[in-house]
Design a protein around this ligand. Structure first.
Ligand SMILES: [Zn+2]
Length: 442
């Protein structure tokens, strides 16, 4: 549950498959496995190295933090939110947000175009034939085709993801150097390729074996996804981030992450399900915020834990993914077949349609995410009985992380997965909402 985090790029990219034609199937699959193992090992080592480069003793304070510390309680509780934030920073925040939203559509469009091109140009069918010659096993060539699809999306989106990263770097939202960013991107890319390989091989095999394939697939998809989301903070996150347990009492263990290696945001979030749940505070937040602010942030995250929000969000996201796939298959079925098409090569067309449907469904998920943020704020307000630290934290988020106090109309219904900071301040203090496009509080 990102506390105030920008939407994350979901698709990244993986190294292209090896090889020349004419290699025997078993040798080729050994080479392929070896490459995969080497890649995973390199990326894990790189991840641990990045984690070790923790900024444990550095300070992340900006001149804006001193100004926010000096704001009196009376001012925090009575002044209009726009008078509490720095007006110059707000102007920059609005410009950067607009720019990044434009880049988001270009980034998504580049991936959809890449899939459509792969199918339309016949390259998808050629790739399928080449992989079929290379790998004797049906499982292997289908998985390799899936991995290629999983790698294509992040490759197509790479230039725009890089531009977005450099914008963040230039305005101080991240201090991650290019080498580490590329390693992070490559790690995500490898995960995408592995997921797509497994999903494609599994679905096509189930389709071959049973007419009730979708029932089996849904069961496996939900079970595996929930399992992965559930254990992520304990099993996967420590591979690339270092965590330190904090002595703060809450519904789940509270840990500090060295997230400053990637982001300078004053963030906090919850992760995991059941006994693996963790409340995670960024080292930047712990370094710059006052103790009462941290108490508010922990109380807010505590509400997410008590309401099982991570589990609910994961279930909703998987259900929406399943619906999006169903719509994508329906749409692609209405598009004329090419002569060289089969169920494998046509997956590129399905992926292009899936991208389009996902863009349309994106605001539905965000609407749900925004609702649970208001509830978590309200729970923390009741628990602490003091609104000033919450307002101070929200003002700090706006200045420190360059977040607009109010959203444009398009942002408030499409992009925003949390309510506008100005609306949250108003809801917290029971004062008038300064944001004209925040429907949830009006
Ligand atoms: Zn939250």
């Amino acid at each position: 549950m990102a506390f105030a985090a920008p939407p994350q790029a979901a698709w990244r990219s993986a190294p292209a498959g090896p090889s020349r034609g004419g290699v025997c199937g078993c040798a080729a699959s050994r080479v392929w496995r070896l490459c995969l193992v080497v890649c995973v090992a390199v990326l894990l080592v790189a991840g641990v190295a990045a984690a070790a480069q923790a900024a444990s003793d550095s300070t992340f304070r900006t001149p804006f933090d001193a100004r926010i510390d000096a704001l009196g309680e009376h001012a925090l509780l009575t002044l209009p939110p726009q008078d509490l934030v720095d007006s110059g920073r707000q102007k920059a925040a609005r410009a950067i947000t607009d720019l990044r939203h434009g880049i988001f559509f270009a980034w998504a469009g580049a991936q959809i175009w890449a899939f459509a091109w792969l199918w339309q140009s016949g390259r998808g069918a050629q790739l399928r034939d080449r992989l079929r010659r290379l790998f004797r096993s049906r499982w292997a060539y289908r998985a390799a085709f899936g991995a290629a699809l999983g790698a294509l999306a992040p490759l197509a989106g790479l230039p725009l993801a890089f531009v977005s990263y450099r914008i963040g770097f230039n305005v101080g939202l991240t201090e991650e150097v290019i080498g580490n960013w590329v390693l992070d991107y490559a790690r995500g890319m490898l995960a995408d390729a592995a997921f797509a390989a497994a999903a494609v091989a599994l679905v096509l095999e189930l389709v071959d074996r049973t007419r009730l394939w979708y029932l089996f697939f849904l069961t496996i998809l939900f079970a595996v996804s929930i399992e992965i989301v559930g254990v992520a903070p304990v099993l996967f996150a420590p591979l690339s981030t270092r965590y330190v347990r904090l002595q703060i009492a809450a519904a789940a263990p509270v840990e500090m992450a060295n997230s400053s290696v990637r982001s300078q945001n004053v963030d906090a979030w919850t992760a995991g399900i059941g006994r693996f749940t963790r409340i995670i505070l960024s080292d930047v937040l712990v370094s710059v915020a006052t103790k009462p602010e941290i108490a508010y942030v922990v109380a807010h995250e505590n509400a997410h834990v008590e309401h099982n929000d991570d589990l609910k969000k994961a279930l909703i996201a998987i259900t929406m993914f399943v619906l999006a796939v169903a719509f994508a298959v329906l749409i692609s079925d209405r598009i004329t077949f090419r002569r060289d098409d089969d169920a494998v090569s046509r997956l590129a067309l399905v992926a292009a349609c899936l991208g389009g449907v996902a863009l349309l469904m994106f605001p539905l998920f965000n609407a749900y995410a925004r609702g649970i943020e208001y509830r978590a704020d309200e729970d923390s307000r009741k628990l602490l009985g003091d609104e000033a630290p919450a307002v101070r934290y929200l003002v700090r988020s706006a200045d420190h992380d360059l977040i607009p106090l109010c959203n444009r109309r398009s942002t408030s219904w499409y992009f925003a997965d949390y309510p506008a900071l100005g609306s949250r301040i108003a809801a917290m203090r029971r004062t008038e909402d300064p944001c004209p496009h925040s429907p949830a509080t009006r």
